[in-house]
Design a protein around this ligand. Structure first.
Ligand SMILES: Nc1ncnc2c1ncn2[C@@H]1O[C@H](COP(=O)(O)OP(=O)(O)OP(=O)(O)O)[C@@H](O)[C@H]1O
Ligand SMILES: [Mg+2]
Length: 277
């Protein structure tokens, strides 16, 4: 097990009066693509910030790659092992040149000087931004900025990459590019944890963790979770369009064989229906 947490509770208040996380259990395997889904304030960011010790464990147990997250001497190791990209890349940039931005992170983690240029090139290639080393981050589009922020994380060669709503501020094209890179990194063996509001982005995950009010409401395959209307309602989320259509059609007396999750599956189900008429 790469990440194993038991009974994690957390409060931002000094007196612990309101809990941002309540008795959360979590299991993430090496190489999994995990989507964490939940409405605003459900505790998604609070949970993942425990994985690389951005937040200190208050209650419960957490081991990441066998390391006890309470172990203060291992914090820097955890930070490098578990890279994190956030929603707003502008808030993450410290340099005015892309390659310096990536070098900054490497220097912070005491990467040998002669390795730095190669690491920068490799990271830019992974996010398909090889020609952008000399550019200023503020001249880039939202999607490009997000890919540079990701390159900064990838240069540190993390095992686990956490994407915290990285697509929230992007247009559909930018979103698609970033989602494709997430899947490419997963294909290359990385463990991916993607926090999202977009239920559609959870469809292709190996596992979905559904959060609500600081608790894990459900955890399982995307099909089981996303097609469960009651569960989605409880989580205050709108199911993917094909799922809604499936249930609406059922109410109207039209029964598709299976509940589709994607547009392609929906087309297939409707095609099957047509052949019966
Ligand atoms: N820095 C903070 N100080 C105080 N309370 C906080 C802080 N960050 C989050 N909270 C509170 O903790 C709870 C969980 O917030 P969290 O940011 O983890 O939710 P989230 O699921 O990531 O939400 P969003 O989708 O809006 O990013 C919320 O009630 C929130 O108001
Ligand atoms: Mg958040």
């Amino acid at each position: 097990m790469l990440i194993a947490g038991n009974n994690i509770s957390f409060s931002y208040d000094f007196d612990g009066s309101s809990l941002a996380l309540q008795n959360v259990d979590i299991r993430i395997e090496q190489g999994e693509f995990v989507a964490i889904l939940g409405c605003n304030g459900s505790g998604k960011s609070t949970l993942v910030k425990h994985f690389n010790a951005l937040l200190q464990l208050q209650q419960g147990e957490l081991r990441v790659a066998q390391i006890d997250a309470r172990n203060e001497k291992d914090i820097w190791y955890l930070r490098r092992l578990c890279g994190m990209v956030f929603q707003n890349p502008d808030q993450q940039f410290v340099s005015s040149v892309v390659e310096e931005e990536i070098a900054f992170g490497l220097e912070n983690y005491e990467t040998p000087r002669d390795e730095i240029p190669n690491r920068i090139q490799a990271a830019l290639a992974l996010v398909e931004m090889s020609g952008y080393a000399k550019r200023a981050p503020n001249t880039l589009s939202g999607g490009e900025k997000q890919r540079i922020a990701l390159a900064g994380v990838l240069a540190l060669e993390p095992e686990i990459i956490i994407f915290d709503e990285v697509t929230a501020m992007l247009d559909p094209n930018g979103r698609q590019e970033v989602v494709e890179i997430m899947h490419k990194l997963h294909g290359a063996g990385k463990t991916i944890i993607a926090i999202t509001h977009y239920v559609e982005e959870a469809v292709a995950a190996d596992k979905v963790i559904l959060m609500h009010k600081g608790r894990v409401l459900a955890c399982g395959g995307p099909r089981a979770i996303l097609s469960d209307l009651d569960l989605m309602r409880e989580a205050e989320l709108i199911p993917p369009l094909p799922v809604r259509l499936y249930h609406d059609l059922r109410q109207a007396g039209v029964h598709l064989r299976h509940c589709p999750l994607t547009d392609e599956e929906l087309v297939e189900e409707i095609w099957q229906l047509r052949s019966k008429i």
